[in-house]
Design a protein around this ligand. Sequence first.
Ligand code: NAD
Ligand code: 0WE
Length: 259
Amino acid sequence: MAGRFDGKQALVLGVANRRSIAWAIAKRLADEGAQVAFTYQGERIEKSVRDLAATVDSPLVIECDVRSDEDVARVFGEVATTFGGGLDILVHSVAFAAAEDLEGRFTDTPRDRFWLALDVSAYSLVVCAREAEPLMETRGGGSILTMTYLGGERAVPHYNVMGVAKSALDSSVRYLAWDLGFKNIRVNAISAGPVRTLAARSIAGFTTMESMFEERAPLHRQVDAEDCGAAAAYLLSEDAANVTGTTLYVDAGYHAMGM
Ligand code: NAD
Ligand code: 0WE
């Protein structure tokens, strides 16, 4: 079947399990014809990612801790080898803050854990974009996508240092879009409403947040990972050829509300 991503080569960072937003995006890309390489963080989730990757005939599954420049460089080296020196699509769906910083007061965030959250959740997009640039250039352009959240623009109780990291990520999207635009590389973000993933389930009060969300969002329903997959496929496809430096809200309209 002819797909929007026939002949396209993609790298997806941030699959942990079948509920991951990154998995819904990867599945969509693969279903529409893309070859998809995956990275995972740590042996603990290796098997889960390898099993998922096998279901879409992935040519490469490789470990990557985005805190390490060497790790990221090694991964893009392997990607270049696997994909014959090219890359069309990069999906960045990675975030981390220490659990204790996603409860209590933002004021109490210590210096080292502030930088940890910014390192994993924001700087990682910059280093990945830098490594992707020459590979995308050989293909005449490319498309980069990251995942963000409204907590980077407004204060969401308990999102705390992750909100500061998402602000830096959102701004990085705009500066990367400017830098890479002349090589026909686009950079965009999806701002998702709360999605019940591994990262979300462990958060205190997530269920309360879901019911508030459903009450206040114009569409009065929850967002799921597949909603993000569909929007991602649009931003990563030629349909969005003139869309860069922007954020697409997949949040049932929640961001439009003032009450
Ligand atoms: P998830 O736990 O499935 O994905 C987070 C991923 O980050 C995991 O695969 C984890 O291995 C990876 N990661 C963490 N530290 C890393 C490191 N040092 N190196 C490499 N990888 C690392 O959860 P998710 O909800 O699918 O999150 C994906 C993205 O979506 C994140 O950027 C998150 O902020 C964003 N997001 C999530 C929601 C939500 O409600 N779930 C809403 C909006 C945005
Ligand atoms: O970006 C996120 C969550 C990202 C995240 C989740 C965890 C949980 C496990 C980052 N780091 C960690 N560290 C862990 O140890 N979201 C958008 C989901 C989310 O998280 C919240 C939210 C929402 C929404 C935290 C507080 C308030 C709202």
